[in-house]
Design a protein around this ligand. Structure first.
Ligand code: ZN
Length: 272
């Protein structure tokens, strides 16, 4: 009899855990607007409210919000580059009082609330964790609405953001941090660069059939984002620099560190 009671209590416990953990996220929907040549502007909505991530333009994103009858609650900025912030100045003409979150480097882009590593901000009753993910720029941040990860120009599908020589170690460490997130993390990056990234990986591992197959699979796809971290760990060369197969291919004597290999590959990709 006691076992039946324990079993019932366990069921109730698991049910409550699942109910509570999903409460915050069950109503979140994520939309996107394409902008410029290959940018994604992400829109998180909960009921009639929404947040925009990295508005590189305003016209299409404002139209989208209007069409969906959404109320803009806030803007999140990952870094200061124009293709991520240009739309802010026109959006705030319509929404002058909304909070605009971003790292200090976005101060000239309209940011009124600075964010720092490990901050938790609450918008639409949703907790958003800020992670400092430098490399593409010094102040770059990512926003984690577990399991959705908005990482701007840090991690791309199959690649990572352009990195200046002096920031290579920062990028290496940021990717290491991201790779430690749960495997089911959904990556919402800001650009559709997957095809050229996989082509680059194929040029390094010329005989890898899995990569070739994947390249064929995405060849005519217009959209490959969001992607899943678990998948990136197999198709993203910059998350695979610890793998002996790659190291051996470039440095047969294996006399380099994982960071050396990362640096070599990122510089090679920068010059492509
Ligand atoms: Zn950028």
């Amino acid at each position: 009899m006691i076992y039946i009671y324990i079993l019932i209590l366990m069921y109730i416990y698991i049910y409550l855990c699942l109910k509570l953990s999903s409460k915050q996220f069950r109503c979140i929907m994520i939309f996107y607007v394409r902008s410029l040549k290959n940018n994604y502007i992400w829109i998180l909505s909960k009921k009639e409210n929404c947040i925009i991530v990295d508005p590189g333009e305003s016209f299409n994103v404002l139209n989208f919000i209007k069409k969906k009858k959404l109320i803009l609650n806030a803007i999140l900025l990952t870094h200061y580059h124009q293709d991520h912030v240009f739309g802010v100045k026109d959006i705030i003409l319509l929404y002058p009082n909304i909070p605009i979150y971003g790292p200090i480097e976005t101060k000239k882009s309209g940011t009124n609330t600075y964010v720092f590593n490990n901050d938790i901000i609450n918008i639409m009753n949703v907790n958003i964790l800020v992670l400092h993910t430098p490399g593409h720029t010094k102040g770059h941040v990512s926003y984690f609405v577990k399991p959705y990860f908005f990482c701007g120009d840090t991690l791309f599908s199959g690649g990572c953001g352009y990195t200046k020589y002096e920031n290579l170690l920062d990028m290496f460490n940021s990717l290491k941090l991201i790779s430690q997130l749960q495997n089911n993390t959904a990556i919402f990056c800001s650009h559709e660069y997957t095809k050229s990234n996989i082509e680059f990986f194929c040029s390094i591992l010329k005989k890898n059939k899995t990569l070739k197959k994947y390249l064929k699979f995405i060849e005519n796809k217009k959209r490959t984002i969001p992607t899943i971290l678990k998948k990136e760990k197999t198709i993203n060369i910059f998350l695979c620099t610890y793998k002996r197969e790659i190291k051996k291919n470039i440095f047969p004597k294996l006399n380099v560190s994982t960071f050396d290999l990362f640096r070599y590959l990122r510089i090679k990709k920068n010059n492509k």
